[in-house]
Design a protein around this ligand. Structure first.
Ligand code: HEM
Length: 458
């Protein structure tokens, strides 16, 4: 006999629509995970979704022999903007393999390491901006870190300086926010409302994002270069398996997908600043390492792998902030077999085609894996302690073949930015009692977290 999967009581006909705030879905899911534990379900607009929030169950449904990415809900909605691109392709679509084989080599550890100077250049620009703020400033670091991320993504992957760290916000930032928020909300509304009331917002954001991508292609055509970067591969490389190249429209789809994916990274850096402020002993250790490895000299690519404590800080931040809040899984269909899927050795049972979502804020704080899960302890993310963790407790970049293709880029960005910020700056929380509260769509960010920033006192 299997145990029923817990579900909040809900209301007749409408189900659990009042249990999930459409303006902050992931915070609601985190709260439900805290209440219901390893597994729970909700029903909304006639659809049932199962949520998995423990490391053991996540381990089970990350088994690619039984399960695969579920392309549904917001992921299908964002296809309006990027069609069958890497993030949004259905399992059966040939486009995924073609794009993956063309793009992955340009996002390997080695390839992103080759962009070190560009990363540093962008970070230095942000530091110069913050150094210039004078005393008594008050900033929301996320806003400038979003700019930094867009600048670095565009320069390293597509070879163009946007110069968006200073000045007005680049329109791409609002377009990404509007398109992803809309993609998250659309599955929760009746179709006619999406079409009638919200359609134009989605259309406008899509237009802006595709114009950003088209501009980069045009710029490259007008400024040819020998540099074989990601844009070069998108425009020229052929998939070694099929011999196919990306079509013009697919190039735009994949370009747009990169800053959307990458926008998770500044959320993590912002959370790092908060966690370091709340844990002065960790900040002191991190600084000690940065000072010892970098010394007074220039920061170079070979320093990145030497920053092992910073690596722990970054991983512990990814765990505790869940900058990417979760991902979707479904059972791999078996021809003619509609028998239920058993989980945890039969303890739970779900339908053969049940959509499931891994709620990372639950999995990443599973007390069965992490002692004092809410404590910020980089030590558990270093060396043997890190190796010993179950793989499901390290899923901040997703799973298996659909794991984040930008994870090495993200790593480089996170380590360089964290090291530079703590080496050169002092932060002070505007509200010393600030408690982490997050919202977001495809990424999760601290809400209203403000700091004062000044040159580091040595
Ligand atoms: C801290 C930073 C990042 C985190 C935590 C993160 C997390 C994730 C996760 C969890 C997935 C799996 C989504 C799913 O299964 O539906 C994913 C996929 C993806 N990410 Fe990232 N990501 C980050 C940075 C980046 C960057 C920097 C890029 C681009 C340069 C990127 C591009 C993508 C793409 C294109 C996919 C889809 C891959 C595929 O399905 O083949 N991400 N990411």
């Amino acid at each position: 006999m299997s145990t029923p999967i817990p579900q909040p009581p809900g209301v007749p006909l409408l189900g659990n629509i009042f249990d999930v705030d459409p303006a902050n879905t992931w915070w609601s899911l985190k709260t439900l995970a805290e209440k219901y534990g390893e597994i729970f379900s909700i029903t909304a607009l006639g659809h049932r979704i199962v949520f998995v929030a423990s490391a053991a169950l996540a381990e089970e449904i990350c088994d690619e022999k039984r399960f695969r990415k579920f392309v549904g809900g917001p992921v299908v909605e964002i296809r309006y903007a990027v069609h069958d691109a890497l993030f949004t392709a259905f399992d059966h679509e040939e486009s995924w393999g073609i794009a993956h084989r063309i793009i992955a080599p340009q996002l390997s550890t080695e390839a992103v390491g080759g962009h070190f100077d560009a990363f540093l250049q962008c970070t230095d620009e942000l530091l110069a901006k913050w150094h210039g703020l004078g005393d008594n400033n008050k900033i929301q670091p996320l806003s400038d870190l979003n700019r930094l991320n867009l600048e670095a993504t565009t320069l390293t992957l597509f070879g163009k300086k946007l110069n968006c760290i200073e000045g007005a916000d680049h329109p791409m930032l609002a377009a990404m926010e509007n398109s992803t928020s809309e993609a998250m909300k659309r599955p929760t509304r009746p179709g006619f409302l999406n079409w009638l009331v919200y359609g134009s917002k989605f259309k406008k954001a899509t237009k802006v994002m595709r114009a950003y991508a088209a501009d980069l292609v045009k710029y490259r055509q007008e400024h040819p270069t020998d540099q074989h970067d990601l844009l070069w591969s998108m425009l020229n490389a052929k998939d070694p398996e099929t011999g196919k190249a990306l079509t013009e429209s697919q190039v735009i789809d994949e370009i747009v997908s990169m800053p959307i994916g990458s926008s998770t990274a500044p959320c993590a850096v912002t959370a790092s600043i908060l966690f370091l402020l709340q844990n002065p002993d960790v900040l002191a250790k991190a600084r000690e390492e940065v000072d010892a490895v970098l010394g007074e000299g220039p920061f170079r690519q070979e320093h990145v792998p030497q920053l092992t404590y910073i690596a722990g800080v970054v991983r512990e931040t990814l765990r505790l902030s869940s900058a990417a809040p979760g991902f979707n899984i479904e059972p791999i269909p078996k021809e003619g077999d509609k028998s239920p899927i058993l989980l945890a050795g039969g303890k739970y049972q779900v339908a053969h085609n049940q959509a499931m979502i891994i709620v990372l804020p639950g999995v990443n704080r599973d007390p069965a894996v992490f002692e004092e899960p809410l404590a910020f302890r980089p030590e558990r993310m270093i060396g043997e302690a890190f190796e010993k963790l179950p793989s499901s407790a390290k899923k901040w970049f997703g799973n298996g073949k659909r794991e984040c293709i930008g994870k090495h880029w993200a790593w480089e960005f996170l380590v360089i930015t964290t090291a530079k910020l703590i080496r050169d700056l002092d932060f002070e929380a505007v509200d010393p009692d600030y408690k982490l509260k997050q919202d977001g769509w495809f990424n999760i960010r601290p809400i209203d977290f403000s700091v004062k920033v000044k040159p580091r006192a040595r």
